[in-house]
Design a protein around this ligand. Structure first.
Ligand SMILES: *Cc1c(COP(=O)(O)O)cnc(C)c1O
Ligand code: SF4
Length: 326
């Protein structure tokens, strides 16, 4: 499944809101896209993801995740720049240690897609990538704390790094005996399934630890045959697959949408993990779903689905010892 290579597919991503809207037969919506919002956080969408959007539907749940809107320019009290306390959790360049036993590496600042609801729009990635120094600083920080048993590659999106860059990590980390698990948080298998190529699969197969890949899909329509094939290949390489979603107004804030997401993910071999309440980051308030409604949606999911298809509803609260169940 690699006719032209994932990096080329990534380079060919749509970056012009007008082009995106034209592809969907929505050119009349272009005037409503504020240049200021695009300048603050660029539009970026792989073409394969655009192909999963409904033609002619301005309310499409995939489009809503990526199209800049005028709401982003509103200042809303309570929505700030470091919503989840990352600055306080930093222990070395690109290393966040918030929770017992787990170190999170900000592997890179880039992503294949720019999700409008994301905290990343304000994160100072410039000098904060764990991969930048050949992983050395990050691995030193992990080795200095024998309590760390799991390393989480996050970002940005760690799979936006070339495989040869990823490959520098296990070489160093192998010598750190307490580390027993590797986890990769990535939206690429969903938004750019081309990324799951032979080189990546070979790298995964060669890792000395059990690997979990936590993908990120917010709506059932994000899955298609290419995504299914990417998930099957990841599982074939030995990875456990989990999904984390964000509860987003206008995207997945109905019982039907959430149940369909969990069931469709399972068909692709992915178990639900977390359903996150939105991080309260400036420019994202229009995506917020209130806690009471979130709890009601979650209760309805529990009533409808088998237990293993229900994600945990959580919020990240700065200073907490884990994600906080609602
Ligand atoms: C979310 C997060 C983790 C992972 O938490 P889990 O509950 O194990 O999924 C680890 N470190 C940081 C800094 C995080 O934000
Ligand atoms: S970090 Fe994840 S949610 Fe944020 S823009 Fe990148 S892919 Fe989207």
């Amino acid at each position: 499944m690699q006719p032209r290579g994932w990096q080329q597919a990534w380079r060919e991503s749509v970056r012009d809101p007008r082009e995106l809207l034209r592809m969907l037969g929505l050119e009349h919506e272009a005037a409503a896209v504020p240049a200021e919002a695009v300048a603050a956080f660029a539009l970026r969408v792989p073409r394969g993801f655009v192909a999963r959007m409904r033609h002619g539907d301005p309310a499409d749940p995939l489009l809503r995740q990526v199209l800049p809107r005028v709401d982003e320019l509103r200042q809303v009290p309570g929505f700030g720049l470091d919503a989840v306390g990352d600055a306080a959790a930093r222990v070395a360049r690109g290393v966040l240690h918030k929770y017992a036993g787990r170190a999170l590496l900000v592997a890179t600042g880039s992503c294949a897609v720019n999700c409008r609801y994301c905290f990343r729009r304000h994160f100072p990635y410039g000098d904060e990538s764990a991969a930048a120094a050949g992983w050395a600083e990050a691995v030193d920080a992990i080795a200095a704390d024998p309590g760390i048993t799991e390393v989480i590659l996050s970002g940005g999106d760690p799979l936006s790094l070339a495989t040869h860059k990823l490959a520098g990590l296990p070489g160093r980390l192998r010598g750190v005996a307490p580390v027993r698990r590797l986890r990769i948080h990535s939206r690429l298998p969903v938004v750019l399934p081309e990324r799951v190529d032979d080189e990546l699969l070979e790298w995964l197969r060669g890792l000395p630890w059990p690997v979990a890949v936590v993908v990120h899909a917010n709506h059932a329509n994000e899955f298609d045959a290419d995504v299914d094939a990417a998930m099957a290949a990841l599982r074939g390489a030995g990875a456990s697959l989990l999904n984390q979603a964000v509860l987003l107004a206008g995207v997945n804030d109905s019982v039907d949408a959430l149940a369909a997401l969990c069931e469709r993910g399972y068909e692709a071999g992915v178990l639900p993990y977390y359903l996150h309440q939105l991080d309260r980051v400036a420019g994202t308030a229009h995506f917020e779903v209130g806690d009471d409604r979130a709890r009601a949606l979650h209760a309805a999911l529990v009533a409808r689905l088998p237990g293993y298809l229900v994600p945990r509803l959580v919020r990240e609260v700065a200073g907490d010892a884990s994600k906080r169940p609602l």
